[in-house]
Design a binder for this molecule. Structure first.
Ligand code: AMP
Length: 423
């Protein structure tokens, strides 16, 4: 027997229903904010991620599924969505031909991390990118859309943390200050940080080992007046949109391309892997990848972690409304036509195997959680009718002509949904 790979999982019902529900909520919210779907490949040239996500990031340095394909090409399974979206934006000249620079994606990402609860090697992200708008209103809109999406999907109890990493100029000055500070404390740093401080001193702030103490002790970045104005306008607009947030000057995101506003959404209900979503501005990325100057902002939310937060809530009723049962092979043909007619009328319906005994089919009907069983026995077959039996309540069975079955069920379902709940 062949098992799945470690860190790669099967999404079984009912958890797969949660994913569908989250994705449907996301699509609805994206529609309200004018975002259109962009589907980009899962496999790209490796250099796309090396150049954009950054060669000193954990994702690219340690976790990427990168390999040489049969044709000798260096390729990688995408570890995140932004680089592919930016590549597509440049390749298809979407700044000119697109509607408004607002794109969303939904799909698998791949990272060879150590698997644990909430951390998988293939996981699903929903992401949003708004390319070409430098205004703080774009930042506030992006973050408030994310909060709306979490609410719409039913995820509660999350907190939004924001910070500003400044522009390239602010960072240049800070890089030198931080580098001087880190060089003087190299012996206190973990091995990987020591190895990369000269190449990317800011990464130490995001390191799982050194980040916490550096957040307390290292010198802080100071923003230039323009970045300060942008950050305070973003906060003002978040307030106007009614979004609750906290500023945390220790928040540094692990990818190279972020500038100005960065943010994370966390949930204490998740345990050690508490991040639900991460994002920020990347004003220089499109240009640095060979495109036009196009300031941008985006985020990616982890659907697996959202689903963990929804797990305890009752799943939407996915049981069929009707279950069709037939007493003989001949009745089975009529029953199959009836299942088809019910579904055509918009009533979810199922059946098991018309060749099995009535008793066994009724057991399957009970197990399915259906509201009604529609039974075609010998008498019904002769009369061109079916018996309607409630599987939820005791009551009289009634018989209806086959052509009337869909409208009868619709009426019964309507009546039961209007009935006040039992005291
Ligand atoms: P990142 O791109 O690392 O900021 O990730 C954005 C979001 O994706 C995180 O907040 C998580 O919800 C989710 N995520 C990242 N890595 C994993 C993983 N290995 N397994 C499951 N979800 C993940």
């Amino acid at each position: 027997m062949i098992n799945s790979l470690r860190g790669f999982r099967d999404l079984l019902p009912p958890e797969s229903d949660l994913f569908t529900r989250i994705e449907a909520a996301a699509r609805e919210v994206f529609g309200l904010y004018g975002y259109q779907e962009l589907r980009v490949p899962t496999l790209e040239k490796k250099e796309l991620f090396v150049k954009s996500t950054g060669d000193t990031t954990d994702i690219v340095e340690k976790e990427m599924y990168a390999f040489t394909d049969g044709g000798g090409r260096e390729v990688a399974m995408r570890p995140e969505g932004t680089p592919g979206v930016v590549r597509a934006y440049i390749e298809h000249n979407l700044g000119q031909t697109g509607r408004n620079g607002k794109f969303f994606y939904i799909g698998s990402m791949f990272r060879a991390e150590r698997p644990q609860a909430g951390r998988y090697r293939e996981f699903t992200q929903i992401g949003a990118e708004h390319i070409g708008n430098p205004s703080p209103a774009a930042d506030a809109e992006s973050i408030s859309m994310l909060v709306r999406l979490l609410e719409k999907a039913g995820v509660a109890g999350c907190s939004v943390v924001i910070n500003s990493l400044g522009c390239a100029e602010c960072r240049k000055a800070y890089r030198e200050i931080l580098l001087g500070y880190l060089r003087g404390r190299a012996e206190k740093l973990c091995e990987p940080c020591r190895g990369r401080i000269e190449r990317n001193p800011l990464r130490a702030l995001d390191c799982k080992t050194d980040g916490p103490w550096l957040a307390q002790e290292a010198p802080k970045l100071s923003l230039c007046p323009a970045c300060e104005t942008h950050f305070s306008a973003t906060q003002r607009l978040l307030g106007a949109a009614g979004v609750a947030y906290q500023v945390n000057t220790s928040l540094v995101r692990g990818l190279d391309y972020y500038t100005n506003t960065v943010f994370e959404v966390r949930s204490s209900a998740l345990g050690s892997q508490d991040a639900v979503c991460g994002g920020g501005r990347y004003d220089d990325l499109v240009k640095s990848m060979g495109g036009p100057a196009a300031p941008a902002i985006g985020w990616a939310v982890g659907v697996d972690r959202m689903a963990m937060l929804l797990k305890d809530k009752p799943a939407p009723d996915s049981a069929p409304k009707t279950f069709i049962v037939a007493a003989s092979k001949e009745a089975g043909d009529k029953a199959f036509a009836l299942v088809t007619a019910m579904r055509a009328a918009g009533i979810s319906s199922d059946f098991s195997n018309f060749e099995l005994s009535l008793k066994s089919q009724m057991r399957s009907a009970d197990k399915s959680g259906a509201t009604f069983a529609l039974i075609i026995g010998e008498d019904e077959l002769k009369a061109g009718t079916c018996a309607v039996k409630s599987l939820k309540e005791h009551g009289e069975q009634k018989t209806v002509p086959l052509p009337d079955a869909p409208s009868t069920i619709q009426q019964l379902l309507k009546a039961s949904s209007e009935k006040p709940p039992n005291p």
